[in-house]
Write a protein that binds this ligand. Sequence first.
Ligand code: UD1
Ligand code: MG
Length: 437
Amino acid sequence: MAAPATPSATPTASAVGTVVVLAAGMGKRMLSERPKVLHEACGRPMLAWVLDAARELQPQRIVVVIGHGADEVKAAVAKSCGGVADVTFVVQQPQLGTGHALQVCLPALGSDPGVTVVLYGDMPCLRGSTVAQLAAARPVGGMSLLTAVPDEPRGFGRIVRDEHNRVQRIVEEKDADAAIRAIDEVNMGVYAFDGRVLVEELPKLSNANAQKEYYLTDVLAAFVRRGLPVESVELEDLEESLGVNTLQHLAEARWALQARILEGHMARGVQIEDPATAVIEHGVQIGVGTKILPFVVLRAGVTVGAHCEVGPFTHLRAGTVLRDGAEIGNFCEAKNTDLGEHAKAKHLAYLGDATIGAKANIGAGTIFANYDGKLKHKSIVGERAFIGSGTVIVAPNTIPAGATTGAGAVVAKNAPMQAGETWVGLPAKKHHKKGAG
Ligand code: UD1
Ligand code: MG
């Protein structure tokens, strides 16, 4: 008989019922047609990072509020944000404020959504562990909110506390007088609510404020009015507070996320000589003992084995696999290419749609001409093949094991090369050694 599920002893992240991610905003200041939350940092949309944080809480469900570019956002969640199986989409049109965004979720939330956490789709640097800490700090029957003390509080809602240091309300900058503007503690917009109180209070919100918006922050005032406990958690790492509104903010967020990715690889035994010039996107796998030399770009969808050497100046694109001990560097690009164990491409090469065998040597200046103007074609290079400098391999093609091409050879497509042969010239032909039969 199956053992009954044991409830966890401590209040943990799994106690979260619903996470609501606000992602309806247009992001005017991005100066882009693309919905803001789909702008990418480290090879995936900002929203994917936020959904990762949401999923770390193991909520019963995730509600994503969409508006601008709703269909595009849905498609992107399905394709590159971990799928839609655990996601409910709610469309907010028009957008009348953060409180309104939650109001349109009311039918989806029902009368008891459980502990409800609110996140923003444009805060990709917020760690799941921080949100879990916030949820754990929520007093029973009450709410918790995330605050920060940034160098520059401009634009944020200010946290107003009473003489006992208890949070009383949040005042938006546009509604604030000089005294309130002088408060340096600000609202991050991230909360964990008692779900039942939240759904009771949402319909009561008013838009009588400077922006004529329904403010979610007014729900906090309602908790206080009802005498329900409110706890705050102050962000320790201000990098997590970054809300992306401009392309400059996006670059700052990317930088922060990149540093985390690189730290992860280094902690797992990957040597990165110059982290300042290594672009390694989300999900790239790298084996232990591999050296990443300066100026390397490893796009999402790349796998690098153990004890490889990559760079300097190397661009590996999606679908590229380096087998253990492979080496590629010095102005090489690879796309959708499998470079075999201990195979080398050390200078000025383009490896596109190729499968290259173990210990093959790809000479300087080799080009896999994979595109005929209409379609991409594959090439295969056998084990220990030796591709001479400046060879062009016109795809589709198979260079058999142990075969050689001479410097500057242009191997026309589907060349009938046999194992161990040497081909030279333009177009390349089988080379007969002098004196040989
Ligand atoms: C809000 C908070 C403010 C806090 C700040 C932190 C309110 C009233 N104010 O400010 O106290 O300091 O966040 O960043 O909540 N969104 C929707 N639908 C809407 C409005 C917003 O989905 O109708 C989304 C936006 O896309 C964005 C997020 O909610 O991701 C925050 O909206 P934004 O307008 O940037 O926040 P503020 O209202 O300025
Ligand atoms: Mg606003």
